[in-house]
Write a protein that binds this ligand. Structure first.
Ligand code: ATP
Ligand code: MG
Length: 577
């Protein structure tokens, strides 16, 4: 492919709207252009990366016996009503009313559609197991589209669904997909970590996320320094040192609780300073609304409530922070002064971090007032004890209880779930077993953010000059750079090499543009193709051609006739990566 004939608009300037490095580089390297919020066009170079990624995914899915299908993006809303997810997905769902005034959903994911298909097509145990997958555009009206294609409103996902007769079958399908994912992400050049994950609105009880460690990641993962525990922050349980101990017998030494005036002082930091105590002597009371009912959640003030864990504990389908009006109604005070003492008609959920605490500070449910020396049991009753805080950096590992955990930013590129019968039950997909008995099909689902892989790969593979593509997903394998296309000798050599590489089916981008050498070098490093072949006047006079490796800037000077063989050698040589 000749650069002069390609729509490959590189930019020197950093685009104003781009925050993440991958977003900046995808725009500067001419891979994508923005159309609207969270909506992007893929230009030829970007599409080549996308197609490469898709073909790695296809190869690995096919190798596991998964079969490719293509399911519709336009889906009747009734299916989503039946599964109960119309509400759960809420405003993320993009819908439209058709000319017959019927509401349709633009598919954000396909569990419902694939289960409806299987309900009609599978009736016997003989047709199971089955794994279907597709690579298709998904639509989600994300609350905060950002970082370019990393979190967009229209993105390409590979989604797969397994159908099995029993749990054992599901475990085998899950393992196959887990293994395929490991191979896919490795081939895409990603450094990743599979972690235990929350199942969220997808349902089921076992799930893993594949996380790419990167500073711009929107997710947090937790891992232990000593054992192989790794989980998402929303899944990781906390090992409270005294989680198991009861709060009884701790009354000795309790001081009398009393109200103190804290005028205008409501944040944890300010209250601690004002009362001259450490933040860990304070208990935060946060009011939530769980499916319409207020719930007070207590946590030691230097910790943060994890809303995903809280929703899991409460089995809540809808959980939100209470608004100011409700806080006033329930506590009779404004935000910042809520507390558990004297709180009536409200469920009180206490995090384990409160266990063992004595003589602590809480809000007094009164304007500008706190209570000091509050104590459990004596001053208020807890309805439910639970682990509802986020684990923190250097906390004790909840599994081995030896190591400390580390928390890293990460990008979720894939997610696998053991769904069980959530969808086959609500959409009534059953099969007849060997004895002719009807049973629900057991499902798993497996997603990969194909477009997100590209952004994630750049987040891990770049330098100050631009992208450094891993070999397997690079848009081209070789960039051929005649430095002065007006020089006939240079062009003759370039054409010769171009033809030779073409014969070997090596994908070459031929930079035939008549521009300054310096600009060619800059663009070459920006678009990040792994091998650059540089043909310059001085060296060519001695029949020397230069090969430069984008990842480590290693250079090789070779006679023209050896160039093609050297490129083949380097392409197959992983040690040079
Ligand atoms: P997230 O937590 O990042 O919103 P999710 O849990 O909603 O993702 P899944 O429903 O598990 O995502 O979708 C499977 C994969 O699709 C994710 O692992 C991710 O790689 C990708 N993905 C999800 N949402 C987006 C998006 N808005 N833009 C790009 N890729 C996405
Ligand atoms: Mg997910």
């Amino acid at each position: 492919m000749k650069w002069s004939e390609m729509l490959l608009p590189t930019l020197k300037e950093v685009p104003a709207e781009a925050e993440a490095i991958s977003h900046v580089l995808m725009i500067r390297a001419g891979l994508i252009r923005k159309l609207g919020s969270g909506v992007y066009s893929y230009l030829p170079l970007g599409l080549r990366v996308l197609k490469k990624t898709e073909s790695i995914i296809r190869e690995e899915m096919n190798a596991k016996g998964a079969q490719e299908v293509l399911l519709p993006a336009i889906q009747p809303v009734e299916l989503w009503m039946k599964s109960g997810r119309f509400e759960a997905l809420g405003e993320d769902m993009i819908t439209f009313s058709d000319r017959h005034k019927k509401i349709n959903v633009l598919g954000p994911t396909h569990e419902e559609v694939v289960t409806a298909l299987i309900k009609n097509e599978v009736s016997s145990y003989r047709q199971l197991p089955l794994i279907l997958y597709q690579i298709q555009t998904k639509f989600r009206d994300e609350a905060r589209p950002r970082f370019g294609v990393m979190r967009s409103r229209e993105f390409i996902m590979k989604d797969a669904y397994s159908f099995d007769r029993n749990e054992k079958g599901l475990n085998m399908s899950y393992e196959k997909m887990y293994d395929a994912y490991t191979r896919i992400f490795t081939r895409c050049g990603l450094r990743f970590l599979p972690v235990e994950a929350d199942t969220g609105v997808m349902g089921g009880d076992v799930s893993h996320e594949f996380m790419v460690l990167a500073q711009n990641g929107e997710d947090k993962v937790v891992r232990c320094s000593q054992c192989n525990f790794a989980a998402s922050i929303d899944k990781a349980e906390c090992a409270e040192p005294n989680q198991k101990t009861k709060t009884k017998n701790q009354k000795s030494g309790e001081k009398d609780c009393e109200e103190v005036s804290t005028p205008g002082v409501s944040s944890v930091k300010d209250v601690a300073e004002f009362l001259k105590v450490k933040p860990e002597q304070l208990v935060k009371t946060i009011l939530y609304v769980n499916e319409g009912n207020p719930v007070a959640v207590l946590v030691r003030a230097d910790y943060a409530v994890n809303e995903t864990k809280l929703a899991r504990v409460l089995r809540s389908k809808q959980l939100a922070l209470a608004d100011e009006a409700l806080i006033k109604k329930v506590t009779s005070a404004s935000v910042g002064f809520s507390g558990p003492v004297g709180l009536k008609g409200v469920e009180i959920v206490a995090d384990y971090s409160l266990q063992g605490m004595k003589d602590f500070v809480v809000g007094a449910n009164k304007a500008d007032t706190h209570i000091i020396n509050a104590n459990l049991e004596r001053d208020f009753k807890v309805t439910k004890w639970a682990d509802v805080r986020s684990i923190e950096h250097e906390d004790l590992c909840p599994r081995c209880l030896k190591g400390e955990v580390e928390i890293c930013q990460a990008i979720e590129v894939g997610h696998v779930f053991k769904l069980g019968t959530k969808y086959t039950n609500s959409l009534e997909a059953a099969f007849l077993d060997e004895e002719g008995k009807a049973r629900e099909i057991i499902m798993g689902c497996y997603g990969i953010g194909v477009t997100r892989i590209i952004a994630a790969s750049i987040e891990q593979n770049y330098d100050e000059n631009g992208i450094i593509w891993p070999k397997e997903i690079s848009p081209f394998q070789v960039l051929l750079m005649p430095l002065n296309p007006e020089n006939n000798n240079i062009m003759a050599a370039a054409n010769k090499i171009y033809a030779q590489l073409g014969e070997r089916n090596i994908e070459v981008l031929f930079d035939d543009r008549n521009i300054r050498a310096g600009m060619k070098f800059k663009d070459a490093d920006l678009i990040g193709i792994p091998f650059q072949i540089i043909i310059g006047e001085k060296k060519l006079a001695q029949n020397i051609i230069e090969i430069k490796l984008r990842n480590n800037f290693r250079r090789y000077d070779l006679p023209l006739e050896n160039v093609c063989a050297k490129i083949c050698e380097l392409m197959n040589d992983d040690r040079k990566d």
